[in-house]
Write a protein that binds this ligand. Structure first.
Ligand code: AHR
Length: 864
């Protein structure tokens, strides 16, 4: 621990150091990338005064990272060339990999604040290797040349540009066009290939300081509560005075706590969506899992007890073209069964009723009933019933089954009571008890856990699911509404399958049921920047010739939600059972996209169309995946330029970030867009949730609440995760087929959701120990809820000692008597801490001992 402090002080001291008295005016900078990690480590610099002896900055600190393509396989920067243009701006151009006919370009003024990258297509086929740039004074343009390799033959190609946005058509070049501008230099004993430029010492000094600042930030980020027992070994319990300053009150958002729903970790099928049959439509495909799970095909989760040839897939005459596959059974002996294993089994509750449904059609004149059973592994029957007879055409057959006993892992059997051929599709089993008894509804226990959060809004369908893995995978709301047999299933970007059973209607209905505003997030005409399908990342946006249709889809969504029941799209909502409008108020465009020209062009089109036709809808823009960096900066500039009402920020941070960035939003300009903190969470190594992460969330939300005049909404992400099917940890609520496992961080959300206010009353904490490390671990927020008139005090103590607090509420009209305290408390590593309620005596001035490692909420009634 002491070592870290020493290092911190050393770094701080270095940063505070004034420039040396004896500095050169200029020096050399060497720009390079190594081949380590397949070229995935980005751009590095070294400097030299004599062009002989080089000092790496870092060394190998990453000043620029390639954004191209998917994680793991791509994001490579090969053979970068860095040069200064005639106006003094710096440019980097690099090769992306050995295959694509594109290079990458990025621009900067200072060699570390880089603008968005672009990847011009310069070759129809073949690759782009070893790019170089030269200024052509006679033409007043820049010539870019590269080598391209095809069938072992290398050729030179070239293009020219004046602005690094528009390029002339590629032509073949000659060796005379090549500069061979790369040099080999020795850095820390290793030879590196790169480009050398003469620059002012000030520029190099800026690079060194940038690196040092980043090191310093990393140290701050690494601060952990788990180190605090030793960090504060000598600390005695503290006292504090918390004084309200009512004259400094302000209105704050009453929408602060919402939820982020994404179909990740089996959150929808097999999760919140109550369907018990897995792969009910026989639409699973190997490509759902990108070929990783060889057993993943249209028969996944199904088994036929008869001959292998008795169960085949057919596509000739489906129930609906959107559900292409169906099962074709040839029954040679009555008793042969088609079985479904459910999602890790089918859990039944004793006495509960279950709705079975199937589309069936007899072939070659076959007729007869289907016996439907729920059985265990040994064949013991838990429920059974028979359908009406199948006919020559597709017919939906339905029946109700009642479970005689409870079982966690039953399977469904469909047993035709005849021999011959029968086609089956959309085989479904639903508990009758769904949340609010909705048809095609949601699991009660999970939905109830979500409702407990009192979310003011629900974001849907993601996350990455919203913008999808490549153009073909962009989430299209129209595919998710209407009768189930007409919905269009799709591959899930998290490498499984989306039946679209939990579609836009179910989502809006759920919002209404829990009193939350819907917040649909639609793709900004670009797929996920990490896409691996149909191109490399988001540079392949929806072709401009198709954008009008895409924009119309967005406008149609608004009509579907809010339009009259006789309007074209409102009619579909009414037919689904909701003639009244849903009163949609918000729409998000884009999900943490890279703010490239491709993104901007499409975003602007959608934004302007929505603003023009529906000025009543608040559009939420996006500012990239991080709390700083290119997309955050450029995204904010873009949103400001367009006057976007709100922007969606995302960041997943370690405890140290939350401890050391408490003024993050205090610094925000109140005249710009409002903030929707759409994805955030505290991440620790091992990606668990415990009191350390919960307290950091609470600390952050206290700071956000103080700034809820600028931060209008927040949603922790992700929300749900099924045990055994997680692609992402941590998540707020874990579950299996029979149990829900809320986390410590879930309870922090509950406490904020259930104790929201719309007026913030400033307060001040005077602590008996004023050391910075101590002070930053104690925080409070005082709000008033105008609906109830209640005053709510939230207190976070992240210290290992208690704080004896004197609460002074000044002239606030708080009733003297009982207040309700909810306390969440536990050692940083405690994963099982749960909040407890008790009453305490409150008054305009009262005392309260804030326990070590705790989050307390005190709810106080106003004077009558
Ligand atoms: O919350 C999980 C993922 O994190 C989201 O899908 C994506 O937007 C972010 O990167």
């Amino acid at each position: 621990m002491k070592k870290i402090y020493l290092f911190l002080m050393l770094i701080a001291a270095t940063m505070l150091q004034p420039s040396l008295a004896n500095e050169p005016d200029s020096a050399w900078v060497f720009s390079y990338a190594t081949t380590k990690n397949r070229g995935g480590n980005g751009l590095h610099y070294a400097w030299s005064i004599d062009r002989e002896n080089w000092q790496g900055i870092g060394p190998e600190f990453r000043f620029l990272f390639s954004d191209f393509g998917t994680w793991g396989a791509q994001k490579r920067m090969l053979t970068p060339v860095v040069f200064q243009d005639q106006q003094g701006e710096w440019h980097a151009i690099w090769s992306l990999n050995e295959e694509v006919g594109q290079f990458a370009h990025a621009q900067t003024a200072d060699l570390y604040t880089w603008d968005s990258q672009d990847y011009p297509y310069v070759m129809d086929e073949d690759n782009v290797l070893l790019p170089e740039v030269s200024f052509q004074p006679n033409e007043n343009n820049y010539m870019i040349t590269w080598l391209s390799e095809f069938e072992d033959e290398k050729k030179i190609y070239k293009t020219t540009t004046t602005d690094f946005k528009n390029y002339t058509p590629t032509t073949e070049g000659t060796t005379g066009d090549r500069l061979n501008s790369r040099e080999e230099v020795l850095i820390d004993g290793e030879k590196q290939l790169g480009t050398v430029s003469k620059v002012s010492w000030k520029l190099i000094d800026g690079l060194i300081k940038f690196y040092e600042l980043n090191q310093y930030k990393e140290i701050l980020r690494s601060e952990r509560l788990t180190d605090d027992a030793s960090r504060f070994a000598d600390l005695e319990p503290l006292t504090a005075e918390i004084t309200a300053i009512p004259e400094n009150s302000k209105a704050i958002s009453n929408m602060l706590i919402g939820i982020f729903f994404e179909d990740i970790n089996y959150a929808a099928d097999g999760g919140l969506y109550a369907e018990l049959v897995q792969n009910r439509g026989f639409e699973y495909k190997l490509s759902d899992t990108k070929g990783r799970d060889k057993s993943w095909d249209s028969k996944k989760a199904w088994n036929f007890t008869g001959a292998e040839t008795g169960f085949v897939m057919d596509t000739i005459s489906p129930v609906h073209p959107n559900q292409k596959h169906y099962a074709l059974l040839t029954i040679s002996q009555v008793g042969e069964a088609l079985e479904n294993e459910g999602f890790d089994g089918i859990a039944l509750k004793k006495g509960d009723q279950y709705n079975f449904a199937v589309f069936a059609r007899g072939l070659d004149g076959t007729k007869g009933k289907l016996l439907v059973r729920l059985v265990d592994e040994s064949g013991k029957v838990y429920a059974e019933g028979s359908t009406k007879s199948v006919g020559a055409d597709w017919k939906k057959l339905e029946l109700t089954l009642t479970a005689k006993e409870a079982i966690e892992d039953a399977r469904l059997q469909v047993i035709p009571q005849f021999t011959g051929k029968v086609a089956l599709d959309l085989v479904s089993l639903f508990p009758q008890k769904t949340f609010n008894n909705r048809k095609n509804g949601l699991c009660t226990d999970l939905a109830e856990a979500i409702a407990e959060l009192h979310p003011r809004f629900v974001r849907f369908p993601g996350g990455c699911v919203a913008h999808g893995d490549g153009l073909d995978n962009i989430y299209r709301w129209k595919n998710t509404i209407g009768p189930l047999e007409t919905r269009k299933p799709d591959r899930n970007i998290w490498n499984y399958h989306q039946s679209m059973g939990l579609g836009y209607f179910e989502y809006f209905q759920f919002c209404e049921d829990i009193g939350a505003e819907p917040l649909p997030v639609i793709a900004a005409g670009v797929p996920c920047q990490n896409s691996s399908c149909g191109g490399h990342g988001q540079q392949g946006g929806i072709p401009m010739c198709d954008m009008d249709d895409y924009v119309q889809d967005v406008l149609d969504l608004i009509e579907w939600a809010n339009g009259d029941k006789n309007s074209e799209w409102g009619k579909l909502r009414a037919q689904a059972g909701h003639p009244e409008p849903f009163n949609l108020k918000y729409i998000g465009i884009g999900n943490e996209d890279l703010i490239t020209d491709i993104f901007k062009e499409r975003f602007e089109m959608i934004f302007k169309a929505v603003r023009e036709k529906h000025p009543e809808i608040s559009v939420i823009g996006t500012v990239g995946p991080f709390s700083e960096g290119t997309d955050y900066r450029v995204g904010w500039d873009f949103a400001t330029e367009l006057n976007v009402p709100m922007v969606d920020e995302h960041y997943y941070q370690p405890p140290g970030w939350y401890l050391n960035n408490q003024d993050y939003y205090d610094r925000y300009d109140r005249s710009k867009s409002k903030v929707y903190l759409g994805e955030y969470a505290t991440h620790i190594p091992g990606r668990k949730l415990n009191m350390e992460t919960a307290l950091c969330d609470a600390l952050h939300l206290i700071n956000v609440e103080r700034n809820a005049d600028v931060v209008s909404m927040t949603s922790y992400a992700p929300l749900l995760a099924k045990h055994g099917h997680t692609q992402w940890n941590p998540d707020l609520i874990y579950f299996n087929n029979t149990e829900v496992f809320p986390t410590t961080d879930y309870y922090v959300q509950v406490l904020f959701g259930q104790n929201a206010g719309d007026e913030y009353i400033a307060s001040q904490i005077n602590l008996s120990d004023n050391k910075k490390d101590v002070k930053k671990r104690v925080a409070s927020s005082l709000v008033r809820d105008s609906k109830t008139g209640d005053y709510i005090l939230k207190l976070a103590n992240l210290l290992p000692v208690s704080v004896d607090a004197k609460i002074k509420l000044a002239d606030l009209p708080v009733a003297e008597g009982e207040g309700v305290l909810t306390l969440l408390q536990g050692e940083p590593t405690d994963e099982s801490a749960r909040p407890e309620n008790r009453t305490i005596l409150v008054a305009p001035e009262f005392e309260f001992e804030v326990p070590a490692y705790s989050f307390s909420v005190i709810r106080m009634k106003p004077k009558e």
